[in-house]
Structure formats: C-alpha cells, structure tokens
Design a binder for this molecule. Structure first.
Ligand code: AMP
Ligand code: MG
Length: 423
C-alpha cells in the first residue's frame, strides 16, 4: 500500500500509509486493509503535517513555502467561513436560551431537529453565497426543507425566517430583512449537493450534537471546505465550550468563560479564539507519549459509540483517567488544543458516518499536529460523497501515541469479535 502525494514541483512522491515513528501497527493494518484498498491511492494534500515525518530538511523547507501559499490561497474563504459560523452560533445561542418543547420536531430517524438547525443552515448557506459570489456554489449539508414546506410548518418557517433575518441584521453588511421565507427554503436546499472528488464543496453540520444542544450541553457549528476531495479548511464554532482546559482532573477550575471558535486551513496550523472576539492564538495537540498520562474523549451518547469497546481500548493502552464524554465535534476542538490526548469513536454496527460530522473536526486536529484515521490507520476519505466509507471507527491522537493506540484498537476489536462469535 502506498499513498501518492503531490510534492516539490508538482511531482508525485510515493509514501507508505500512516507509518508510526516507533513500534508497529503494520500487522493490524494488514488484517484490516482488504476493505480499505481504495484508500491506497488516496491523493493527500501537500503539505500535510501527517507526512512531515517522512520528509528531508530540504523537502520540509519547500513544504513550508508551499504552506504559506496554501494559507494565502484560502485566506478569504477562511475568513468568510469564520463569519458564517460565528453568526450561526449567535442564532443557535439565542434559540438554546429560549428552547421550547414545541420547537422540537421529529425526522424519520427520530433525531430531534430544531428551528436552530434550519436557521443555522439557511444562514451559513446565505452568507457563503453572498460573500463568495464569483464561485459556483456547492454545499453538502445535513438538513433539507421538505418538512418545512408542509402546510403545518408555516409558523415554524416564519420563526426561522425572523431569526435568520434578526441575526443577519446584527451584522452591518446585510441590511434589515435580506431573506423571505422562500429565500430561507432555497438557502437550506442548497445543501443537497452530493460532494465528491472534483471541484469545491462546502460541508456543513448546522448543529452538530443536536442532542447536546437540546440538553443545554455541548454542540458545534461545523463548516469545512473540500477541494478535489480533500479538506482544505475547517471551522468549529463551539458556543458552550469553555475557553479553559476541560476534562483534566488535575486542574483547578478557572472562571468558566465559554464560547470557542477553532479554525484551520491546510498548511497553516490551527487557531482558537473566543467566539465573536478577535485575537486568535495557535493551538497544538497534547504532546505526551505515555498513555498513562492520557485522557480520552468520546460521545456523551452511548448510542453513538460503543463505550464497552472504547473502555477496553483505553485499558489495553494503559489510560488511567476516566473517559471525558461530550457531545459534538467540540471533542475535536478540545483535542486540538491539548485538553486530552485521544478521541475514540466506534459507532454501533450498521451506522454510516457522514462527512459533515468529521470534515471540520479532522482538519482542526491535523493542523494542530494530530493524526485522524479510521480504526485501521487509514486517513479519512472525504471524496466519496455524503458518507465516509468506513465502519470500523474513527480515532485521533498525537503522532507519538498513534502506533500504540492502533495496537490497542486491534487487540480490543479482535477480543470483542471473538467474544461475540463464542456466544
Ligand atoms: P457525538 O455528539 O460525537 O456523539 O456525535 C453527534 C453526531 O452523531 C450527530 O451529529 C449525528 O450525525 C451522529 N449520529 C446520529 N446517530 C448516530 C449513531 N447511531 N451512531 C453514531 N453517530 C450518530
Ligand atoms: Mg452532526
């Protein structure tokens, strides 16, 4: 297996897949690789922090200068994405504050959908189109307007439209009531794109972690841009995430100011700033190499990740701390700034991961120096449409811990399979 990367003067370099600096996960990868052969020809962006390990000094220098070119290439898009996600966060905060039971609707999969989901999607879609008018617009997003077009949804639609217009009017650029109800429906439905390996596609989860949102807990507005199938920028607005470290049991609690905006573009690192306040600072993943010092993040909802399996992985790895369970891609944000060292996500069998649940989070972590892979150690492939083609789980950590983590995952998955077949 090898990965092709664009390198140097546009040539291609051939590298092995994620290769650990120490130890080996290769036996594991061989066992898991048959279902992932399509990934062996993935074209990874260059520069890519995951690949730094393989490069000579000269190549690294060349990489750095290409990095600044990449950063400049996405400057405008990143600033628009931050603005769109911040406005959507304002809208969501307002709704969460006054959340009424009647705002909760039911989709066929029974997951709760609130007026904030629709409002956030309409708003982000509108802002991207307004601010980047010269581009063909493609958006892969979670919601569509079919329920809102039903006769009994008129009132909800009017409330969503008011909310979107109110939020936009707080920003000087848009005037008083830029959107009609039909404009809201059209903006939402722009999110029906299928994505894919060619061209540019925005990827949006208007409220990631709806269950956390309804509980008054963590949620995120997650927005990313794909270019030729690769994530090139990502923004996570996390209105309820503390600006201080979370999940570390050895820290004294500080004053709990909340609201974080994470942003990353390819080759230029990850930054975090308080929501709606300028002053972004670079963040990096936790550098530890000893699993005994690590803590790990996982879903708050047991239905979203097999907590027995993640517990067994953590035990095999020698993690001492209990899991830190929070909703949404806020986990990727917290990981990117080093609050914990590991993120484990193992959905129950049959669940298909959607690209909007990981696109922004994964670049926020990789640009902070982390590694995000599926359970077999392969990079996530965002080029295959609305779904990620994997079902074995997603793991994220720093480069030192990844080989150990892959070994622990292999052992725990094998053990679980063996105990299931012996029943
Ligand atoms: P988290 O808050 O990290 O547990 O993940 C939230 C996301 O999980 C939601 O935005 C959903 O798209 C997704 N999700 C919904 N149902 C499931 C499920 N059964 N297993 C895994 N993830 C799910
Ligand atoms: Mg989601």
């Amino acid at each position: 297996m090898a990965l092709l990367i664009r390198g140097g003067r546009g040539g291609m370099a051939v590298l092995p897949p994620y290769a650990p600096p120490t130890g080996s996960a290769s036996s594991f990868r061989l066992q898991f690789s048959s279902r992932h052969h399509h990934l062996s020809r993935s074209v990874l962006p260059f520069p890519n922090p995951d690949l730094d390990f393989f490069l000579s000094k000269k190549q690294k220098l060349r990489t750095r200068s290409r990095a600044s070119i990449f950063a400049m290439a996405y400057e405008k898009e990143l600033s628009v994405a931050k603005k769109a996600a911040s406005l959507a966060a304002q809208l969501c905060k307002k709704v969460q504050k006054s959340l009424l039971q009647s705002d909760v609707q039911s989709k066929t999969d029974k997951s709760p959908v609130t007026i904030a989901d629709y409002g956030s999607q309409a708003l982000v879609s509108f802002v991207l189109q307004q601010e980047l008018p010269s581009e063909p617009f493609s958006l892969v997003a979670e919601e569509d307007s079919s329920d809102l077009r039903k006769d009994n949804a008129q009132e909800v639609l009017a409330r969503i439209t008011n909310l979107v217009n109110e939020t936009l009017s707080n920003d000087q650029s848009y005037g008083m009531s830029p959107l009609t109800t039909e404009g809201v429906l059209t903006s939402i439905d722009k999110g029906k794109s299928e994505g894919g390996p060619h061209g540019r596609h925005w990827v949006l989860d208007p409220i990631d972690g709806t269950k956390g949102f309804l509980r008054g807990d963590q949620y995120a507005i997650a927005l990313a841009l794909l270019e030729e199938g690769r994530v090139v920028l990502g923004v996570l607005a996390c209105p309820n995430l503390s600006l201080n470290i979370i999940g570390r049991h050895d820290q004294l609690p500080l004053e709990n100011e909340v609201g974080c905006l994470f942003s990353a573009s390819i080759g230029s690192g990850t930054e975090m700033q308080p929501l709606d306040i300028p002053g972004a600072k670079k963040v990096e993943v936790c550098p530890i190499g000893d699993p005994a010092e690590a803590s790990f993040f996982e879903s708050f909802e047991a239905a979203h990740s097999m907590q027995d399996l993640t517990g067994s992985i953590a035990k095999k790895l020698g993690v001492q701390a209990p899991p830190v369970r929070i909703d949404s891609q806020a986990k990727y944000g917290a990981l990117a700034r080093g609050d914990g060292a590991i993120y484990l996500r193992f959905p129950h069998q049959g669940y298909r991961e959607k690209i909007w649940d990981h696109a922004a989070g994964s670049i926020v972590v990789t640009e902070a120096g982390g590694v995000v892979t599926d359970a077999a150690g392969n990079p996530l492939d965002f080029s295959r449409g609305r779904y990620l083609d994997l079902d074995t789980g997603i793991i994220a950590t720093n480069r030192k811990l990844m080989p150990l983590l892959l070994d622990a995952v292999q052992a725990a998955v094998k053990e679980k399979a063996a105990s299931a077949s012996s029943l």
